[in-house]
Design a protein around this ligand. Structure first.
Ligand code: NAD
Length: 417
């Protein structure tokens, strides 16, 4: 059976030209949502009323989102025999903008990650993860407010390309024999093999997006983070291609560390962006020791994955970390944590990540007033001591509420404010 999608009675499709100059959001856009697996349905039913409440409050009925359900994950498999039907990809393209809950992927055998499939099929080549402390959120850092970074993680290549062969398989043996006979490289015959492709095209479009973002948002540092000292032709090339984009396409606004040092300058001149690079392991230290010196990070896929979660921990954990997967044609916003199966259906987890992802989505649409209300409502509710279990155990004296209870408290704040 194929899924049937009903177009909401009212509302307009945004279509698939997100990054192009023609991108404009109607006042009544249709936006897709994927509930997700595990805790996804709890998160969605808590978050959607918050999104509707902020839009209503900010625009008094002049703007309204029409939500269109998109099937993916376990529910879709149960109903239609497919974890991600082709129709769902089509609907995301038609919407242009969608927001999703987490999707479960079994470790080891089974199918490829639905998230990886989604990113590759829709060419959502940049995973955007802004990391900033929401006032009131407990954090392991002494000064979590010093962290204000936006990670641009390459989303389509690297070891996440899914090119790998199991230990002992014919394909792995073939590769091992090929490497030995053609490349003079010897490996254990029973090794599992993975391939790490990284191309100038994918790297350059990511770095281009990161530098444009810095320019548009008044940020004056872009750091290329890589492991090029070890993997010279992949991670090292990422750095080189990144600098090429900075020099060749943004030469009038970028400058480099050696230029600052040569001129004995301490400050970045007004209107300029410093483009520098750091080796990934050193960057993990820098993020803890000197977070104020970093603003926009452009990273390959695997290191970007680690760094985004590590930075999220610095500002209070994954429950408070928003994310988006963005391409030139559509954008899918998502809670960055997984489906937390042990809490599924318990109405327990923190909807903060989903809510902040919604705020990011509203900003991309240019609906900044509504986005501000989500951030303020979230922060005020936490500061009033009303929090979900994950924050409650770090905030002595706070009142623990359910996922929906937390969202209701935010809606209450919005309506009252
Ligand atoms: P997870 O993020 O689902 O959960 C790990 C732990 O983090 C939970 O047990 C819980 O203690 C805590 N947690 C997660 N979200 C929370 C929230 N909103 N509020 C409070 N606490 C929260 O990670 P996992 O257990 O490694 O992964 C479970 C499944 O999710 C796997 O199948 C994995 O592949 C998938 N996953 C999906 C995405 C995605 O859809 N983008 C991302 C990561 C993992």
């Amino acid at each position: 059976m194929k899924p049937i999608f009903e177009k909401p009675h009212e509302g307009q499709w945004i279509g698939n030209d997100i990054i192009s100059l023609n991108f404009s959001v109607p006042s009544n856009p249709i936006i897709g949502f994927i509930e997700g697996d595990g805790v996804g349905p709890d998160l969605w039913s808590a978050s959607m009323p918050v999104f509707d409440a902020v839009v209503e409050k900010a625009y008094s009925g002049d703007r309204k989102i029409y939500w269109s359900k998109i099937y993916a994950g376990e529910e879709s498999f149960r109903l239609f025999g497919s974890y991600f039907p082709e129709e769902s990809f089509d609907l995301i393209r038609q919407c242009g903008i969608a927001i999703k809950g987490p999707l479960t992927t079994p470790v080891g055998g089974g199918f490829r990650s639905l998230n990886v499939t989604l990113r590759r099929k829709l060419d959502l080549y940049a995973c955007l993860r802004p990391v900033r402390h929401v006032t009131g959120t407990p954090s392991p850092m002494i000064r979590p407010q010093d962290v204000d970074m936006v990670v641009f993680r390459e989303n389509t290549e690297d070891v996440y390309a899914g090119i790998e062969w199991k230990s002992g398989s014919d394909q792995a043996r073939k590769m091992i024999n090929f490497l030995e006979t053609e490349m003079d490289v010897r490996l254990p015959i029973d090794a599992g093999i993975g391939v790490k492709p990284m191309s100038p095209l994918a790297t350059k479009r990511l770095v281009r997006m990161a530098i444009k973002f810095a320019l548009d948002n008044g940020r004056n540092r872009v750091t290329l983070v890589h492991k090029g000292n070890i993997m010279k032709y992949t991670e090292g090339a990422f750095r080189d291609w990144g600098y090429e984009v900075a020099r060749e396409e943004f030469g009038d606004v970028t400058l480099f560390e050696n230029e600052l040092e040569r001129n004995h300058q301490v400050h970045i001149p007004q209107g300029k962006i410093l483009v520098n690079d750091r080796i990934a392991d050193a960057m993990f230290q820098q993020a803890l020791l000197r977070p104020k010196e970093y603003s926009v990070l452009a990273m390959p896929n695997l290191n970007g994955d680690y760094m985004s979660d590590a930075l999220a921990a610095q500002v209070g954990g994954l429950g408070m970390a928003p994310g988006a997967n963005i391409g030139d044609r559509c954008a899918v916003f998502e809670a960055t944590h997984g489906s937390a199966p042990k809490y599924a259906g318990l109405d327990k987890v923190n909807p903060g990540s989903m809510l902040l992802s919604g705020a990011m989505m509203l900003r991309l649409m240019g609906w900044n007033e509504a986005a501000d209300l989500i951030e303020q409502g979230l922060s005020s509710t936490i500061q009033s001591g009303v929090v979900t279990y994950d924050l409650a155990r770090q905030l002595p004296g706070s009142t623990e509420v359910s996922c929906s209870g937390f969202a209701k408290a935010i809606v209450g704040w919005i309506k009252k404010g």
